[in-house]
Design a protein around this ligand. Structure first.
Ligand SMILES: Nc1ncnc2c1ncn2[C@@H]1O[C@H](COP(=O)(O)OP(=O)(O)OP(=O)(O)O)[C@@H](O)[C@H]1O
Ligand SMILES: C[C@@](O)(CCO)CC(=O)[O-]
Ligand SMILES: [Mg+2]
Length: 425
């Protein structure tokens, strides 16, 4: 099948996420609380490729551009014994079994030009795994990705990539927009990048808002009214890989199982306690005890993560500055090892002290500070028939030219742009 039946371009978007409590322990079936990051989003545009027989990847954020042609795909052995209807497989993803060994074997020769275990290899591997699972006969497509969220920083960039790839591929295949299906397939995409994801990142990126999540619980609690919590999000720019960090905790757990289980159980208690507090939290400040308790839990959660070995001196520096200035409590967020730290501020913090904190973070530590609201829209797409010619010119410019985050936001950010983002069928 070629793209002759497709209505291009396809434009989709998904948000990053912030884990407030319970990263790592969530992999071991303890509860966690996370929220989507309204304005730190990833966007994907699927257009016609220059070569009708090719699949082109254009991932400028990681400086990766690659192409496979029909000749490459013909190297994949045809499984004549396969009896299962392809649409049946698409509509019923197997999220429980490990990744398909056959598919991995088929993908490997297509990656021969790339170095193993690099960011490019991993991005291409997860793309191909999803492409060959969801729309293997589509050709003549170019997938271009642009993100306003930092990559590999603990804010769920891998999950948002999986979510937008899956969403676009399902649309390519003529499957109506369906969040349950997107969530399941993007979990499989996360498996390609992480090995053993809990599923919280893809869930939040798919549905948006905020969730209380437990891996074994098929129906996570969606937190409808998430309170507004004053915080500063610091990006240390220290690179790290979630899969390595999750693997490190696994090794420690294998070695010190009893001890680690106690730490993980404590982290579960922290999340449960936080949930209890958030349920009674009053953003207007009427209940300061709740806020103080929340701050204590942030400190405890960070300490437990330090014990699991997933902090980094760069993250500790943020914590030390916030401790010294007594502005609140800091914990790493996401997989740790670098990436981002969140500082929940004390109530009624003196603005001069807050400025001293952000100045030190920016000027002395040379880190970046992000402004974004918690919660907000999950994955969404713009129906083709709502895109005017003028819109199309602006959209193409954003995807094809080097542009600033502000320019991307102006054209694409659902809260700002006039594009008709939709999250229904
Ligand atoms: N804009 C992007 N373009 C291409 N690939 C991306 C992009 N964003 C993320 N990726 C893929 O996701 C990988 C980073 O995933 P990783 O899980 O290590 O970090 P994260 O998802 O940002 O953090 P965390 O999992 O802690 O929330 C990259 O190596 C790359 O393969
Ligand atoms: C470290 C981790 O708990 C969060 C990464 O954002 C891994 C996961 O839940 O898949
Ligand atoms: Mg990730």
């Amino acid at each position: 099948m070629t793209n002759a039946t497709l209505t291009l371009p396809i434009l989709v978007s998904a948000p990053g996420k912030l884990i407030l409590f319970g990263e790592h322990s969530v992999v071991y079936d303890k509860p966690a609380i996370a929220a989507s990051l309204a304005s730190l989003r990833t966007y994907l545009l699927v257009t016609e490729a220059n070569d009708p027989n090719s699949i082109e990847l254009n991932f400028p954020d990681i400086n990766f551009h690659h192409k496979w042609t029909t000749t490459d795909f013909e190297k994949i052995p045809h499984d004549s014994s396969a009896t299962v209807d392809q649409m049946e497989q698409i509509l019923n993803p197997d999220t429980v079994s490990p990744l398909s060994k056959t598919l991995i074997k088929n993908i490997t020769p297509l990656l021969s030009a790339l170095h193993r275990d690099t960011i490019h290899y991993n991005a291409a591997f997860s793309f191909l795994y999803l492409y060959l699972s969801l729309c293997p006969h589509q050709r003549g497509l170019n997938f271009t990705i642009k993100s306003t969220s930092p990559i590999g920083a603990g804010l769920g960039s891998s999950a948002s990539i999986s979510v937008i790839l899956v969403t676009s591929m399902l649309l390519c295949q003529g499957v109506p927009f369906n969040k349950e299906l997107i969530n399941s397939w993007s979990f499989i995409g996360e498996k390609c990048l992480h090995g053993d994801p809990s599923g919280i990142d893809n869930l939040v990126s798919t549905y948006g808002g905020a969730v209380y999540f437990k891996r074994s619980d098929p129906t996570p609690i969606i937190l409808q009214q998430f309170p507004s919590i004053p915080m500063v999000l610091t990006y240390t720019k220290i690179p790290r890989s979630t899969s390595t960090l999750v693997g490190g905790v696994r090794e420690l757990h294998d070695k010190e199982t009893k001890l680690c289980d106690l730490l993980l159980d404590s982290m579960g208690c922290v999340t449960e306690r936080a949930m209890d507090i958030l349920n009674h939290y009053d953003s207007s400040g009427a209940n300061d005890n709740c806020h103080d308790s929340l701050l204590e839990l942030v400190r405890i959660n960070h300490g437990l993560l330090v014990s699991l070995g997933v902090s980094h001196p760069g993250l500790e520096q943020v914590r030390i500055v916030s401790d010294e200035l007594r502005i609140g409590e800091t914990k790493l967020t996401g997989a740790g090892g670098g990436g981002c730290a969140m500082t929940i501020l004390k109530k009624d913090i003196d603005q001069d002290i807050l400025k001293a904190f952000t100045d030190t973070i920016r000027d002395k530590l040379q880190y970046e500070i992000f402004q974004t609201n918690l919660g907000g829209r999950g994955c969404c797409y713009v129906p083709r028939d709502t895109i005017s010619d003028g819109d199309l010119i602006r959209i193409l410019k954003v995807f094809q030219d080097p542009v600033t985050v502000q320019e991307i936001d102006a054209v694409l950010l659902p809260e700002k742009s006039h594009l008709q983002w939709s999250d229904s069928e």
